[in-house]
Design a protein around this ligand. Structure first.
Ligand code: BES
Ligand code: ZN
Length: 632
């Protein structure tokens, strides 16, 4: 909250900078490497200082050394640029970076850093010439480089070696690379890294499968990607193959479990290709990170980053991999042009993820997964409608002056997916699938705005097939349209019946419901639907019977902890402490700390948080600081 007013102030100044002489019509037309869509910037970039209308990076090369003693990356980034308007300045995004020197085509040049916004960072204004081809910036990261997390050996599985990984989305790449940090621009990249020789480095690029003797690694990403998909991880990594074009990286002690859990990855790639066309990125590998990773997964191209909390031992949480894989089309091939169009990334991906799950595990399972999401949507939609920004329940967002992270709600994800499911129902699956495949083909390696998508939808699906469909109510109106299709699950209906029984334990015994009787998704659904009449004593009996507090499956435990806190059931706190000390995934931490704060457990929460906070990523502790009222 405290930075919003600052953010607004500096946004006002950006608007002035961005508006000067940048009529897209006046842009040079002799572009060879930039397509016309890329040249025409018709909307402003709400979260970047970059003057994309004038100058654009086409390729960037990193030459960096990872120093684990000082916890810094230092060296240089060289931007190959395209000067569209004979501009004499190139503006890049930087945040909490130490800039040492800037060169253009090998000669030192002048620059200034303007604006100092806690969220957006600053503009790095580099003086260039109309003829400049390369801009090289010498720099180091700092301890304010929130896009990187440095772990000491204690925070890893092996406890012997340090670890480091990045998280770029949404606007954190600028905290470790000076760059035009806006999804509107697509670039290729390459990198030369020097790391300690006992560690392996991997990136969202071509990757090694072994350590190198001298700790040097070279990387290439030859497909154009937005800046938020540049990613790096360095640690005591090993690799195992999962199939012809897929594999997994993780610490040695975790490798076997990861390989077991991820057997179906190759099948998922095949299923995805059968649905919406060729996988365009060569290999699809996954790195299973230490538990502090703040997200479930991140779709870094060629190398998905994943939380170890999906390694459940029973392969029950792999829809997360289907999700990140699906982003190889929705998000990475066709990218949201701005963070206001975030639903184009996530809504399409949740839809596509569910289709992959259906193709491999069947409709009944896919419907259960979607039902769980829809439950989240209904809850979050209500919360947002009752909050300060009810307009955030529209698919098209207006995040000017706010952290783009606030768009990461079930609206973009699940309302977005249900919009597409409702379109599918209206068009029929065959027609819809052909349309969606055509959409990915027609826009590969490009960016997309909500308005462009709606146009494309009308021209290519709705009009030619005479389908009546109110797209506006989904995109520009608040809440969930009445026309939203319903997801039914017989299995879930049965689970709900049981969960609301007053004497729930007796009923379960009568019905012979043992642990194995239900799937993980049914158990998640059960825990979330435990009825109001179920009291603290029943909770204790449930726990004694099924050991929810120590179940081992992160989704079931996280849901159990929340209802237990709300009901005042005290049997969880030892297990919960262990969970909070270990896991840094914000999706789990946020509702748990919120429930603690709302239910008179603030002292306990603060005491545990004081110890656990150093294990969390800046993205996670930023959120928890707000909940518990901690100032950094
Ligand atoms: N791209 C997102 C993660 C993200 C979004 C990071 C916005 C930063 C800003 C990723 O694909 C994602 O959605 N992850 C989910 C899991 C998924 C199965 C819904 C997560 O991390 O919970
Ligand atoms: Zn996603």
């Amino acid at each position: 909250m405290r930075f919003f007013s600052l953010a607004i102030l500096s946004l006002i100044s950006i608007l002035f900078i961005g508006c000067d002489g940048s009529n897209p019509e006046e842009v040079n037309s002799d572009e060879d490497s930039l397509s016309s869509e890329q040249v025409q910037v018709t909307d402003m970039q709400p979260h970047s200082y970059a003057n994309l209308q004038e100058v654009r990076t086409t390729h960037l090369h990193l030459d960096l050394t990872a120093d684990f003693d000082t916890q810094t990356l230092s060296g240089s980034v060289t931007h190959s640029i395209k000067n569209l308007t004979e501009s004499e300045v190139m503006i890049l995004d930087v945040r909490n970076l130490e800039i040492q020197k800037v060169e253009i085509d090998g000669e030192e040049t002048t620059y200034k850093i303007e604006g100092d916004d806690p969220l957006m960072g600053s503009g790095l204004y580099v003086d260039i010439k109309p003829s400049t081809e390369k801009v090289k910036i010498y720099y180091s990261t700092t301890d304010g480089s929130d896009g990187l997390q440095w772990l000491n050996p204690q925070q890893t599985a092996g406890k012997k070696h340090p670890y480091m990984y990045s998280q770029g989305q949404a606007i954190l790449t600028r905290t470790w690379i000076p760059c035009q940090d806006a999804p509107r621009n697509r670039i290729t990249y390459s990198a030369d890294l020097q790391v300690p020789s006992e560690l392996m480095a991997v990136m969202s690029a071509t990757n090694p499968t072994e350590k190198s003797e001298d700790g040097k690694f070279h990387f290439e990403m030859n497909n154009k990607i937005p800046s938020y998909l540049i990613a790096i991880a360095v640690g005591d990594l090993t690799f195992a193959s999962l199939g012809e074009r897929s594999g997994v990286y993780t610490e040695p002690s975790e490798l076997d479990n990861c390989v077991y859990e991820l057997v179906d990855v190759e099948k998922m790639i095949d299923a995805a290709e059968n649905l919406y066309g060729e996988y365009k990125w060569g290999r699809y590998d996954i790195i299973v990170l230490p538990p502090s990773f703040p997200f479930g997964g991140m779709e870094n191209p060629k190398l998905t980053f994943a939380t170890p909390t999906i390694i459940s031992g029973d392969r029950s949480l792999v829809s997360l991999i289907a999700h990140e894989l699906a982003h190889s089309w929705s998000g990475n091939l066709v990218t949201n042009a701005t963070w206001d169009d975030f639903w184009l990334n996530e809504g399409f991906t949740v839809y596509f993820e569910n289709r992959i799950m259906e193709a491999i595990y069947g409709k009944e399972h896919a419907d259960m997964l979607m039902s769980i999401e829809v439950e989240d949507l209904e809850q979050e939609n209500d919360d947002i409608l009752n909050g300060e920004f009810p307009e955030d329940t529209q698919l098209k967002l207006d995040l000017d002056g706010r952290d783009p992270d606030v768009g990461m709600t079930a609206i973009a994800y699940v309302k977005g997916a249900m919009f597409l499911k409702s379109l599918e129902a209206a068009a029929g699956r065959e027609t819809w699938d052909a349309f969606l495949k055509g959409y990915f083909d027609a826009h590969e390696f490009q960016v997309m705005t909500t308005e462009e998508f709606v146009d494309y939808l009308h021209t290519n699906l709705l009009d030619p097939n005479s389908i009546e469909f109110n797209t506006d109510e989904w995109i520009y109106e608040e809440g969930i349209p009445a026309s939203c299709i319903k997801i039914e699950s017989d299995k879930f209906a049965k689970v709900e019946e049981v969960a609301v029984q007053i004497h729930v334990v007796e009923s379960m015994k009568d019905l012979g419901i043992v642990k194995e009787a239900w799937s993980t998704q049914e158990w998640i659904h059960f825990v979330r639907n435990i009825g109001e009449d179920v009291d603290v004593e029943d909770m204790g009996e449930l726990d004694a019977l099924f050991n929810f507090s120590g179940w081992g499956n992160s989704e079931i435990m996280a849901a159990w902890y929340v209802v237990s806190i709300e009901k005042g059931y005290e049997g969880i706190y030892e297990d919960l402490e262990g969970f909070l000390m270990e896991v840094g995934r914000r999706k789990f931490l946020e509702p748990i700390y919120q429930a603690l704060a709302d239910n008179g457990k603030t002292d306990w929460a603060n005491a545990v948080y004081a110890q656990a906070r150093p294990n969390y990523h800046a993205i996670s502790y930023g959120t928890i600081d707000d909940i518990l009222g901690w100032e950094e």
